[in-house]
Design a protein around this ligand. Structure first.
Ligand code: UD1
Ligand code: MG
Length: 449
């Protein structure tokens, strides 16, 4: 039987003080809602996201991430129960179970959803996820009898005795799809907020004699993002987990607290990451590669045993094969660098291919942009590009060719040829000495004035 997902993401997020819808704010270079979707990645049913504030932007981002996601709109935010009811038409014919998650709650673990499923499989009709809160603040309070959940009382509606309960509602719910949709249709809004509370499903189900249970998780999982401070905190939490996970899988981090990961960063065993390295989205590092200090990488692939940096920048489309070297102050974009090739110093290589075993000299630049169009530079294998070569694209350099230092390459270089494109040097005998004495005399005359 399938388990479906309803992701609630219609809220305004006023406290973010932002033009951007809350769930599009990012941690680890991925929007909040993408983290929530990842919590549910093991579910095999339909995925429905409920959008409201900034709906068009959230819809576009959700579809870009998952083309099969169903987007439904909640035009007025009348409460969490009302939001779930908006998804009813999409799941009207669905059987199986449904999980509800919040788009602004990024750290619910797939294992926790499994635990809820286990409770459900053992006979519970509705399962709510709770947690023991260090500071229960304004969370909904769970009134229980053992693992049986009698009701959830929202803080606004709770008396002092209920507010003293520290078991709080996370917002995550699992139930049979048909039961859940029937119950949310029946919710009223006679409460302190005048909202349709999803939490009232607990008492409603109880009154029908259904089995309602609570499963608990660690409070760290239920962390929701409501402000920029929460966002910064969530980023810290994510990063420290990502560092621990990298270490646990055999990656060396010399100074873990200075390395920043994206949600999708993949690093192979025995890779070594020196201090102050930033991984933007879309990076894969193969085993045994070394990323030296102060390098910035995004959208790139680094082959086994490659060495990158210090101070290197790999931009989207940089594909470094095994055993390559990219040195200090080198920027590489949309370029395939063949096995064993080296770009060691002060270069920009963009929209290019560099063949195996080729050496790119210091200060080489692919002049790829003419102000309107981008052009490619193709460099063959075992080529030697002399220092300070300008490769004016589109241009190609054949296998085992060479360029002389300072050459401006504007024509293709055939295989095995050497290109020399610079003014011929002339030496003027004794002229330097003459000039020096003239200049020094001028300086002496000036200071004697
Ligand atoms: C909710 C719970 C509370 C729980 C807390 C945990 C209810 C009534 N209360 O309270 O018991 O302790 O979460 O964080 O459910 N949303 C919509 N449409 C709406 C309203 C909300 O999509 O009309 C979405 C929001 O975008 C958000 C989520 O639902 O992702 C939760 O809404 P929020 O307003 O934060 O609920 P709380 O008051 O925090
Ligand atoms: Mg909230």
């Amino acid at each position: 039987m399938s388990t479906h997902l309803i992701l609630l993401a219609a809220g305004e997020g006023t406290r973010m003080q932002s033009e951007r819808p809350k769930v599009l704010h990012e941690i680890a270079a991925a929007p909040l809602f993408a983290h929530a979707l990842a919590s549910a990645e093991d579910l095999d049913g339909q995925r429905v996201i409920v959008v409201g504030h900034g709906g068009d932007k959230v819809r576009a981002a959700a579809l870009a991430l998952d083309e099969n996601i169903q987007v439904v709109e909640q035009t007025e935010q009348l409460g969490t129960g009302h939001a779930v009811a908006m998804a009813a038409p999409v799941l009207a014919d669905a059987s199986g179970d449904t999980v509800i998650l919040y788009g602004d709650t990024p750290f619910i673990q797939p294992d926790t959803l499994c635990k809820m499923q286990t409770a459900r499989d053992a006979g519970a009709d509705v399962v709510f996820l709770g947690f023991e809160a260090a500071d229960p603040a304004r969370y909904g309070r769970m009134v229980t009898d053992g693992t049986v959940l009698l009701k959830i009382v929202e803080w606004k509606d709770a008396d002092d005795a209920t507010r003293a309960i520290s078991l709080c509602n996370s917002g995550v719910v699992l139930a049979g799809t048909k039961t859940l949709l029937r119950l949310v249709e029946a919710l009223g809004n006679d409460n302190a907020a005048g909202e349709y509370y999803l939490t009232d499903v607990a008492a409603l189900a109880q009154s029908e004699g259904l089995r309602v249970e609570v499963v608990t998780c660690d409070e760290a999982e239920t962390l929701g993002v409501n402000s920029r401070a929460d966002l910064a905190f969530a980023e810290r939490v994510f990063q420290s987990r990502a560092r621990a996970a990298a270490l646990a899988t055999g990656v060396t981090l010399q100074a873990p607290e200075t390395v920043y990961f994206s949600k999708d960063t993949v690093i192979g065993r025995d890779a070594e990451i020196e201090p102050n390295v930033v991984f933007g989205p879309g990076v894969t590092i193969e085993s045994g590669a070394r990323i030296r200090a102060f390098s910035h990488l995004e959208g790139c692939h680094v082959g086994a045993r490659a060495v990158v940096g210090p101070y290197a920048r790999l931009r989207p489309g940089a594909e470094l094969s095994n055993d390559t070297r990219v040195g200090n102050f080198v920027e590489i974009k949309n370029t395939q660098v063949g096995e064993g090739a080296k770009v060691n110093h002060l270069s920009y290589i963009g929209d290019a291919s560099v063949g195996a075993k080729t050496n790119i000299g210091a200060g080489t630049i692919t002049c790829n942009y003419d102000g309107v169009f981008k052009h490619r530079t193709e460099i063959g294998e075992r080529v030697f590009i002399g220092s300070n070569t300008m490769l004016v694209a589109p241009v190609s350099v054949g296998h085992e060719a060479m360029t002389a230092t300072g050459t401006v390459v504007t024509r293709d270089i055939p295989e095995g040829d050497m290109a020399v494109g610079r003014a011929r040097q002339e030496n003027k005998p004794g002229l330097a000495r003459k000039l020096f004495s003239k200049l020094r005399a001028a300086k002496a005359a000036k200071s004697g004035e």
